[in-house]
Design a protein around this ligand. Structure first.
Ligand code: SAH
Length: 358
């Protein structure tokens, strides 16, 4: 019998550690520490991630002393669905309540034969982007891996029979790369054969541009990367996405050029179209030039307004003209139609605190 690793020991001490936070190695060590054969660890992983077990007792083929050992040391919590809002376009927004009362949102988006889950990585966000409602909450805290995975389990519980989540995007609340260790843990569990066995090609991590973490992520797990760019000059990007002061455009684009990408894959650059701010033809031409040396595609996003913002949505003609200039510059550019606008589930509208109009 091996002693529990330091990680496990810490896990046991922490009142908040959830069994779903653990990797296969850790589950196997735990089984050994409980006096069981290590294959029991794999069995536990199967219950947690394939079957979405909601209780220790649900893991029926585990010896009951092992179930007791686990339940004394770990929680096994799935975020509670506090509210479901349904959009006329089929988008569903789930307000989830976590163990400590923190609330986050996760959005189910059916479109074109796919069902995408837009996941949160933090409760709130510290990045302070001017055009984003979540920024106004400030950062409450990082989510644990179990809380990120719990969004998938909670969302699966809302699907009708025969429906399945096909794609996963970390584009909900929070900056995923600011919660790096937990993000890697989550992605490891999502993509491993012993975990959820989801192909990394079906997963996209969206970042405001935390340069050092982008390189680390690309080296660790080959998920798709999206970068929220939104501006073609440092002065404007400093204002819209203040993290630009730390990692200015040159540094960000240089990092993007060097990222090890899968064959034929490209980085998605998100660009939210703000009327009179960043949507002129001159901006489009600069963007085409900036992205010329990068394996890039551009996703133009209609700005989704929220209460209290002075920013406005670009008219469709401007967005289409912008797209045409990018295409002439040989860039792939798509326009992202807003989904779930009527239930404030669209990009940048996630805001989970009680507030007027919520
Ligand atoms: N922090 C990460 C992920 C969350 S934001 C990031 O910055 O990428 C996910 C996407 O929603 C980003 O591209 C962001 O720019 C966009 N977004 C934020 N607020 C928006 C709004 N009000 N309207 C449209 N898109 C918005």
């Amino acid at each position: 019998m091996t002693a529990a690793s330091p990680t496990i020991a810490r896990a046991v001490d922490s009142p908040r550690r959830d069994l779903r936070d653990l990797t296969l190695d850790e589950l196997e060590q735990l089984a050994a520490a409980a006096g069981e054969r290590s294959y029991r660890g794999r069995q536990v992983a199967h219950w947690l991630h394939q079957k979405g077990a909601r209780s220790f007792d649900a893991m029926r083929d585990l010896p009951s002393p092992l179930r007791a050992y686990l339940s004394e040391r770990f929680t096994l919590a799935i975020p509670a669905v506090a509210r479901v809002s349904r959009s006329a376009d089929g988008t569903r927004k789930l307000l989830l309540r976590l163990g400590d009362g923190a609330e986050i949102e996760t959005v189910i988006i059916p479109a074109d034969g796919r069902t995408t889950l837009c996941m949160s990585s933090q409760a709130g966000c510290a990045m302070g982007c001017e055009f984003c409602a979540t920024a106004r909450m400030g950062l409450h805290r990082n989510l644990t891996a179990a809380e990120m995975l719990g969004q998938i389990i909670a969302a699966r519980g809302e699907l009708t029979a025969g429906d399945a989540l096909t794609n996963f995007v970390f584009m909900g609340m929070g900056e995923p790369l600011a919660n790096y260790p937990m993000l890697i843990r989550t992605l490891t569990i999502m993509t491993s054969a012993w975990g959820m066995a989801i192909s990394p090609r079906r997963i996209t991590v969206s970042t405001v541009g935390l340069v050092p973490m982008m390189a680390r992520l690309a080296a660790e797990i080959p998920v798709n990367l999206a970068v929220s760019l939104h501006a073609t000059t440092n002065s404007l990007r400093d204002r819209l996405a203040p993290v630009n002061r730390r990692y200015p455009l040159e540094q960000l684009l240089d990092a993007c050029r060097r990222l090890p990408l899968r064959r034929r894959s490209r980085i998605t650059f998100e660009y939210v179209m703000l009327a009179g701010v960043n949507d002129s033809p001159a901006n489009a031409r600069r963007l085409a030039k900036l992205l010329g040396p990068v394996r890039a595609k551009v996703n133009l996003i209609f700005f989704n307004p929220f209460e209290g913002t002075a920013l406005g949505t670009s008219p469709r003609e401007s967005v289409e003209a912008f797209q045409a200039i990018l295409r002439k510059g040989n860039l792939t550019a798509t326009i992202r139609e807003s989904r779930g606008l009527d239930i404030a589930a669209a990009c940048g509208q996630l805001y989970a605190e009680d507030h007027p109009g919520a």
